[in-house]
Design a protein around this ligand. Structure first.
Ligand code: DGL
Length: 267
């Protein structure tokens, strides 16, 4: 495996940037190729079969580059397509669900863990399995939040946005009633909403699956002796639909212009 190879990161759209952002902060020397399948977002309302097909196409695109690791920066794809990707591609694959589950299972004090995720992720029960594996006495309370990805993709992630707050209040209410002390943002789009979520769920420890994933990648690359430690990494971004729309919202989130052009590709 080549130290200078790219880390391929994919998601259905903007969400995976929350993973890419932490990777860039933690591993500034790494070369990254990001792909957002914006022509097919959202994934979370689609069938497992469809999500698996999208995920295979996403990885086939990323494989045009010399990859040293693949990051499934999408809980939905990680929950239903991971096994398929592992069988089909000979690449070190990192995901979001295992690292976030480990963090939640270890950090909860009262054992009540809330999961906010897409419908597909909640139906897969992937979080329940992964958390109970680490902490069999935990209680996992999940809620599907189908309105959140469209809000984020449309740039509606400010903590002061009244529509976003109302929607979040409705999704959080049943979880707060269960007395959760830990909440997993089980979709990589949701960290864009974390200020609003933290404001509405005071006293609850909020875990970003995106951050957990980036740290798991860092540890994995270090263990494999594959960290690139010198220089500044190259970052390239591709989407399957309008590049300008992606670029504008990506800037809002990344806090500055994303380095390099955003390419549009058909997958
Ligand atoms: N950001 C993705 C996730 O983590 C996908 C959301 C979607 O496209 O529905 O689940």
């Amino acid at each position: 495996m080549n130290h200078d190879g790219f880390i391929g990161v994919f998601d259905s759209g903007l969400g995976g940037l929350t993973v890419a952002k932490t990777i860039i902060e933690e591993l500034p020397a790494e070369n990254i190729i990001y792909f957002g399948d914006t022509a097919h977002v959202p994934y979370g309302t689609k069938s497992p079969k469809q999500i698996r097909e999208f995920a295979i196409n996403d990885v086939n695109f990323l494989r045009r580059f010399d990859l040293k690791a693949l990051v499934i920066a999408c809980n939905t794809a990680d929950s239903v397509a991971r096994q398929t990707l592992e069988e089909k591609f000979d690449l070190p694959i990192y995901g979001v669900i295992q690292p976030a589950s480990k963090r939640a299972a270890k950090l909860t004090v009262n054992g009540n863990i809330g999961i906010m995720a897409t419908r597909a992720t909640v139906s897969s029960q992937a979080y329940n399995r992964a958390i109970l594996n680490v902490n069999p006495s935990a209680h996992v309370h999940s809620i599907a939040c189908p309105l959140l990805v469209p809000l984020v993709e449309n740039g509606r992630f400010s903590k002061d946005d009244p529509v976003t707050r109302l929607v979040l209040q409705e999704y959080l209410a049943p979880l707060l009633e269960k007395g959760i002390d830990t909440l997993v943002l089980g979709c990589t789009h949701y960290p864009l909403l974390s200020e609003a979520i933290e404001d509405l769920a005071k006293g609850v420890r909020v875990i970003s699956s995106s951050e957990a994933a980036a740290f798991a990648l860092k540890n994995g690359l270090a263990k494999a002796g594959l960290l690139r430690s010198n220089g500044i990494g190259v970052h390239r971004y591709y989407v399957s639909d309008d590049a300008e729309h992606f670029k504008e919202n990506a800037m809002l989130f990344m806090g500055n212009e994303i380095a390099g052009e955003v390419g549009q590709v058909n997958v």
